[in-house]
Design a protein around this ligand. Structure first.
Ligand code: SAH
Ligand code: SF4
Ligand code: F3S
Length: 467
């Protein structure tokens, strides 16, 4: 496959930062408030941090209150219908805020707007929206917002599909302990149910030196957990000419001095390999966790999904990673009710689930996405029939998750304290395998590594005391 990457020059980004300075000067010292709301995956979270970074350069302060915000940015997700419905609900509600505050600017960005029928709908039915821009246009958000502000006209810039890559866009990170680090963008896999390759375009990798520079800065700034992000991290570097690979990248990040954890997602089973497993084994900072989306355990359905593996291959991969990293935590994604999925197909999925015994699972009922091949496939089963399978899968996984959590009781594990439960004030932490741990402790300890003796658990979390 030929790759197309358009690198945005440092001069272009500098130009955008100059526009930010102009906007800031225009505010003449008056405070302006902005709200950025994010739907979807970690890549979108990371994009929102860049939008906030630009906004900060423009002189905006962040708020959570949509009524006092001068500017609202909604960063959308298109992966399932449910996500889109939430965005439309949200947009509808913003008619009220704009009535109260006619000068308010509303921008919509992210994966949804990369679909023509959605942009059209926003144009026609959501007239309160002033600006629309796709993920690929984020680097020039300042110039777009300037046009809206100075010309007071609606601007639509969904993006061309070139698949660009930019360095030097400022970040305003939302956390002090954990940081997202995007190592690549886009996806080449075209799983037949999935919209992502159409909204994020083709795969393009950032250069290893840029990623390492960013990782070093994060460590110097005191971050304790760095999550390397990509739709399929195992194909990292294939579009570069320097022979970089994801396993090498993990090793290089691991060599950065400091006490921190490296996490990563997502690994496509067709590309996860022994080179990665060896890096996971050898690198003391690398998490011992692999998120390996199965999607289905039926060979027939996997073929229809264009996943390029079958159940046997997948199970062999699981055996292999367990050979390298015996205590590896395994998690997965499963879609229930893909077009034409029969009882027999579903039983195949259950068989793999019982065999692998995942630590945790994300389950989704198939959602039809306009423009994907699966949307054209006959889908004779009802929502109710799919729901029965879905409930059974969740019930089975909950049982397995709890059984696996029970195995921790009595053990002492090293965890990174990463936050506090807003409701009950209990501290939250993650094991090196990424399992959630809840423990009593002082807030000042957040950001440190401690040992916790596990004494209780449920399906979702482990519970213990700091020793
Ligand atoms: N690149 C990652 C994540 C993609 S989106 C990967 O390949 O795993 C996250 C998950 O959403 C997918 O793993 C899949 O299980 C689910 N998903 C994607 N499209 C979907 C659809 N149309 N309906 C239901 N679930 C979907
Ligand atoms: Fe979607 Fe498949 Fe790409 Fe993941 S690998 S983003 S599921 S097309
Ligand atoms: Fe959603 Fe786009 Fe992420 S569709 S899951 S926000 S890549």
């Amino acid at each position: 496959m030929s790759y197309k990457r358009t690198e945005i020059s440092p001069e272009e980004i500098k130009k955008q930062l100059n526009i930010c300075a102009d906007i800031r000067a225009g505010f003449e010292g008056q405070s302006r408030l902005a709200l950025v709301e994010t739907f979807g995956c970690q890549q979108n979270e990371e994009d929102s941090e860049k939008i906030r970074g630009y906004l900060c350069e423009m002189g905006f302060e962040m708020t959570e209150d949509e009524f006092s915000a001068d500017l609202i940015v909604i960063n959308t997700c298109a992966v399932r219908e449910h996500a889109e419905m939430r965005v439309f609900g949200n947009l509808g509600a913003l008619t009220h805020t704009k009535k109260d505050k006619p000068q308010q600017i509303i921008a919509v960005c992210g994966c949804m707007v990369q679909q023509e029928h959605i942009t059209e709908k926003i144009k026609k039915s959501f007239r309160q929206v002033d600006l629309v821009f796709g993920p690929d246009e984020l680097w020039r958000f300042p110039e777009l917002i300037k046009t809206v502000m100075s010309e007071r006209k609606r601007v639509f810039a969904p993006g061309s599909g070139d698949g660009c890559i930019s360095e030097g866009v400022p970040h305003l990170r939302s956390d002090k302990v954990k940081a997202w680090l995007s190592i690549m963008n886009g996806c080449n896999n075209f799983c037949t149910y999935c919209i992502v390759p159409y909204t994020r375009f083709r795969e393009r990798s950032r250069r290893p030196e840029d990623i390492l520079d960013e990782a070093k800065k994060l460590v110097a700034d005191g971050y304790k957990e760095i999550t390397l992000l990509g739709q399929n991290v195992n194909s990292y570097g294939r579009d570069l000419d320097c022979g970089a690979s994801f396993a090498q990248l993990i090793r290089q990040v691991n060599d950065i001095e400091g006490d921190f954890v490296i996490r990563f997602m997502t690994s496509h089973p067709k590309d996860a390999n022994e080179e990665l497993f060896a890096a996971m084994r050898d690198c003391e900072k690398c998490e011992k966790h692999l998120h390996l989306p199965l999607q289905s355990g039926s060979d027939r359905i996997l073929k229809a999904m264009n996943r390029h593996y079958n159940a046997e291959k997948y199970l062999a991969l699981v055996d292999k990673v367990r050979e390298y990293v015996p205590d590896v935590v395994l998690t997965t994604d499963i879609i229930v009710g893909f077009p034409g999925e029969t009882d027999e197909d579903f039983e195949e999925t259950m068989r793999v689930v019982e065999k692998v015994r995942y630590d945790a699972m994300f389950t989704f009922i198939y959602s039809k996405r306009v423009g994907t091949p699966a949307a054209e496939m006959p889908d004779p089963f009802t929502r109710e029939e799919k729901q029965i399978h879905f409930d059974r899968l969740i019930e089975t996984q909950n049982r397995i998750s709890e059984e696996k959590h029970r195995e921790y009781i009595g053990k002492t594990v090293r965890v990174l304290l990463d936050g506090k439960d807003r409701e009950d004030g209990i501290l939250t932490a993650r094991t090196i395998g990424g399992r959630l741990v809840r423990t009593a402790g002082d807030e000042s300890a957040i950001g440190s590594f401690v040992n916790v003796k596990i004494n209780d658990c449920n399906t979702w979390a482990l519970r213990g005391d700091i020793v």
